[in-house]
Ligand binder design. Structure first.
Ligand SMILES: Cc1cc2nc3c(=O)[nH]c(=O)nc-3n(C[C@H](O)[C@H](O)[C@H](O)COP(=O)(O)O)c2cc1C
Length: 363
């Protein structure tokens, strides 16, 4: 089934294989602008049914890593046009992942050296990629955050609206709102981190409100059939505490996203990062509540992907790291060809090495 066509909202995917979003920190400086090299990288991988771009910060405040390509300036929109045109030129499809890191940031990345923002005041015991005290780029501990104010919340929602408009102007087929991996929305969803007493903290509905406000803002720009959401239930990445409410929250979100008619929910199973798996039971609960497309990504093999499709646990299967080192991953899977393993040393930053120089299969 992986090689069957699939109708995703208004677009016809050639196969049920998704390239998961992957931050590679290669945007041009100054200004964090997408480049021709990035366009080449994505175009090489256009045989995926759908590509989800690396996370694109929606504002200067949304950055947590150096050299990540933003989606809030005219120059960035022009840069992303190179990417979308190159992917479409090869017959592919691409959504923009739009991103705010929340507390997973450092004062050296924030305007005027301000504290990053979050749901509450707890710092992430995690690293971001920023300037150290000597001004050198490297892994540095995340800075303690400040809780978002009411005005700050309105600004974030507006940033997601503008990012969606910019994504469409840049030629993307849709947007994926990054609600996963311990970043801003995940910080609000988590009952252990969200200590607020306003309308954005407390009950499930209140903790989900910021994410759903951003979803509504994106839908107002693009229509629900061009908006997806990424979630990572049970994920511990970026110092996320286990939340006893996780499954109830995912079921609540599935119902709310169904009501809004968003085109997909993309689950990041952090099992390949060493955390607890999402579990097939939770995916079945989602399927009872949400009739849109479900993507599952994380630790997938061809065999597991085929089983998830056959058992109706997912509609599309995402692959991350294998797409880094195998630009023609779908063809390799189809032929059961050998898979190249990625070099972690070139994941973040640098140029063509470990980015556009992984070979294709010889015919
Ligand atoms: C280098 C790298 C960068 C990543 N960047 C992002 C990102 O920007 N947004 C996101 O949602 N997930 C990101 N991920 C997670 C991947 O999308 C994917 O879910 C994860 O690698 C698990 O899939 P895999 O086991 O097939 O690699 C990243 C993963 C890697 C390896």
């Amino acid at each position: 089934m992986l090689f069957e066509a699939y109708q995703l909202g208004g677009i016809n995917l050639s196969k049920r294989i998704v390239m998961g979003p992957m931050t590679r920190c290669r945007a041009a400086q100054p200004g964090n602008v997408p480049t021709a090299l990035m366009a080449e990288h994505y175009a090489q991988r256009a045989s995926a049914g759908l590509i989800v771009s690396e996370g694109a910060p929606v504002s200067p405040q949304g950055h947590g890593y150096l050299w990540t390509p933003g989606i809030y300036t005219p120059q960035q929109v022009q840069g992303w046009k190179l990417v979308t045109e190159a992917v479409h030129g090869k017959g592919g499809h691409i959504f923009a992942q739009i991103w705010h890191v929340g507390r997973v940031s450092h004062i050296s990345l924030q305007e005027n050296g301000q504290a990053p923002v979050s749901a509450g005041g707890a710092a992430a015991q995690a690293n971001c990629f920023a300037y150290d005290e000597n001004g050198n780029p490297g892994n540095v501990p995340c800075s303690p955050p400040q809780p978002l104010t009411a005005d700050g919340i309105r600004a974030v929602v507006e940033d997601f609206r503008r990012a969606t408009a910019n994504a469409l102007a840049a030629g993307f087929d849709g947007v994926e709102i990054h609600g996963a991996n311990g970043y801003l929305f995940d910080q609000f969803l988590n009952s252990q981190l969200n200590t607020r007493s306003d309308a954005y903290g407390g009950s499930l509905a209140n903790r989900a409100r910021l994410l759903l406000d951003a979803v509504d803002a994106a839908i107002a720009e693009a229509g629900a059939q061009r908006v997806g959401v990424r979630l990572s239930p049970h994920g511990g990445f970026n110092d996320m505490p286990e939340d006893p409410d996780t499954e109830a929250m995912v079921c609540y979100l599935a119902e709310e996203l169904e009501r809004r008619g968003v085109v997909y929910i993309h689950f990041m199973d952090q099992v390949s990062f060493g955390f607890k798996p999402i579990g097939e039971g939770l995916l079945r609960e989602v399927k009872k509540r949400y009739r849109g497309t479900v993507i599952v990504c994380g630790g997938m093999s061809k065999e597991q992907g085929e089983r998830y499709l056959a058992e109706g646990l997912a509609d599309l299967i995402g692959f991350g790291q294998l797409f880094i080192s195998n630009p023609d991953l779908p063809e390799r899977l189809r032929r059961n060809a050998e898979l190249a393993q990625p070099d972690q040393a070139t994941f973040y930053g640098g140029g063509a090495a470990g980015y556009t120089d992984y070979p294709f299969l010889a015919d």
